[in-house]
Design a binder for this molecule. Structure first.
Ligand SMILES: Cc1cc2nc3c(=O)[nH]c(=O)nc-3n(C[C@H](O)[C@H](O)[C@H](O)COP(=O)(O)OP(=O)(O)OC[C@H]3O[C@@H](n4cnc5c(N)ncnc54)[C@H](O)[C@@H]3O)c2cc1C
Length: 317
């Protein structure tokens, strides 16, 4: 790894534990952690890794990430250099680096009297991670504010993706590029005081309904689609008693709760007693504990309701 990176004129460290860089706080090391300070450096790094057959992983704030106990035998890139985390306001538009802290961006936009990002208040993320996951919730998602993206593909080429060819779905996007570099957002003028009030309200709503202080990756599972009318006759009886929560989907948390799994624990990992879609880590927890809880939850929900839960949390490798 040293040989691979040494002449790239890039800041990096070898054999870095990734747990402390994620919200779960568990998992093994990365063979290397790189902090490029320019597009050119990142591009050279991607070219070099591609030639050497080494995988590159992009790390945001690790708020939706579970790193396995083995860690990753590749290069993890963190866009924490100021060149990747600045922001500029241009009339109704904000252009910001993908490494920018989402909470800071939300507040800056509100203070500048630009509406549209309040809906993601309280969601821990880098801007790039938020766009990649289309972070959001009951109040909306970040995708609806995105106008244009500057991205880099795995061969180090930079290009732009325009609003028209971007698709933002429920916790999903059609972004296939290796790395989001910069995000251009189209916002709406509004009263800064009202916006700041709204940001605080949404933050409090989240704080009161989710275990924000515990180690977790937020919701472990996506809310599954409810079946169509024609499938109703064949549904397991237990599922008929579960109400469809929102936008034609069941709440994954409600399914896990009704399957009796709140408080289910393996080692230091537990299905949160406060919010069943959160798997939280206590001292001594390992990534294997979290994965064991997930495997059990998935099996019990499948057996009880005939529903295969889809993971929202990204697992490395
Ligand atoms: C307490 C808590 C509450 C949460 N609540 C919510 C919520 O209400 N709504 C919600 O949607 N999510 C929620 N989450 C999940 C998480 O906040 C979001 O998924 C967030 O978007 C993750 O951003 P990140 O920067 O931490 O990405 P990471 O977790 O670091 O990475 C997630 C994925 O994005 C990729 N990625 C990161 N940065 C880039 C980039 N620049 N370019 C390309 N790919 C990139 C990574 O490779 C990885 O595949 C919550 C998490 C926690 C811990």
């Amino acid at each position: 790894m040293e040989k691979l990176l040494a002449d790239l004129n890039l800041r990096y460290e070898l054999n870095v534990p990734l747990g402390p860089l994620t919200w779960y706080g568990v998992g093994g090391p990365a063979a290397a952690l790189a902090h490029p300070s320019s597009i050119q450096q990142l591009s050279s790094l991607l070219v070099r890794c591609r030639e050497a057959g080494k995988e590159v992983y992009i790390l945001g704030q690790g708020a939706n990430l579970l790193v396995s106990d083995r860690g990753v035998d590749g290069v993890v890139v963190k866009l924490d250099d100021p060149n990747f985390s600045g922001m500029e306001k241009q009339n109704q538009k904000i252009v910001a680096g993908a490494g920018m802290d989402l909470a800071r961006l939300v507040l800056q936009a509100a203070k500048a009297g630009l509406a549209g990002l309040e809906c993601v208040a309280g969601i821990p993320a880098s801007l790039g991670g938020a766009v990649r996951m289309n972070a959001g919730g009951a109040f909306g998602d970040i995708g609806r504010s995105v106008k244009r993206l500057q991205v880099m593909d795995a061969s180090g080429q930079v290009y732009y993706r325009q609003r028209d060819d971007l698709m933002f779905g429920y916790r999903s996007t059609n972004i296939v590029a290796k790395c989001i570099l910069q995000v251009e957002m189209d916002l709406t003028p509004d009263d800064p005081e009202e916006l700041i009030k709204r940001v605080k309200e949404i933050f409090l709503y989240k704080k009161n309904s989710q275990p924000l202080a515990d180690h977790s990756a937020g919701c472990a599972y996506k809310n599954p689609d409810a079946p169509g009318e024609d499938e109703m006759a064949n549904l397991p009886r237990a599922l008929l008693r579960v109400p469809v929560a929102r936008e034609g989907r069941y709440s994954a948390g409600m399914l896990i709760d009704r399957a009796g799994l709140k408080g289910y624990r393996v080692g230091g990992a537990e299905v949160s007693p406060q919010h069943a879609n959160f798997i939280v880590c206590y001292p001594g927890c390992t990534a294997t504990n979290v994965l064991e809880v997930m495997t059990h939850v998935e099996q019990v929900v499948l057996d009880t309701f005939g529903i295969r839960l889809q993971r929202e949390v990204v697992v490395w490798p």
